[in-house]
Design a protein around this ligand. Sequence first.
Ligand code: HEC
Length: 95
Amino acid sequence: MRSAGRDPYVIATRSLSGDAEHGGLLFRINCAGCHGIAGQGLVGPSLKGLESRLNDPQIIQQVVSGQTPPMPRFEIEPQDMADLLAHLKSFTAPE
Ligand code: HEC
């Protein structure tokens, strides 16, 4: 986690601009089953106000690392990760 900001995948992802609309599609397919369609939380925790808890490298690591089962490890292209990140940031309101 400490060196996440220097990880090549994280750097590649952060150099791309994310398409939140496509990210929303990816979220509904891959994540909503556990986190809820609006990120409100189900099996997995609520993702509202995520940005106040985790920075970008930490969010990216969470998705691709598989370090917190039962959340799986996702193998996605940096562009898709950038899109997903943009969508996650639309869940702004803390609950
Ligand atoms: C099988 C259920 C499951 C799926 C599918 C899943 N998650 Fe999770 N997610 C979890 C659980 C459980 C946690 C809590 C892990 C822990 O910290 O113990 C979590 C934690 C997280 C966190 C950290 C939340 C925080 O406040 O620390 C983020 C961000 C996240 N998930 C994003 C995603 C995204 C994006 C996807 C889709 C690509 C996804 N998750 C798919 C179950 C899931």
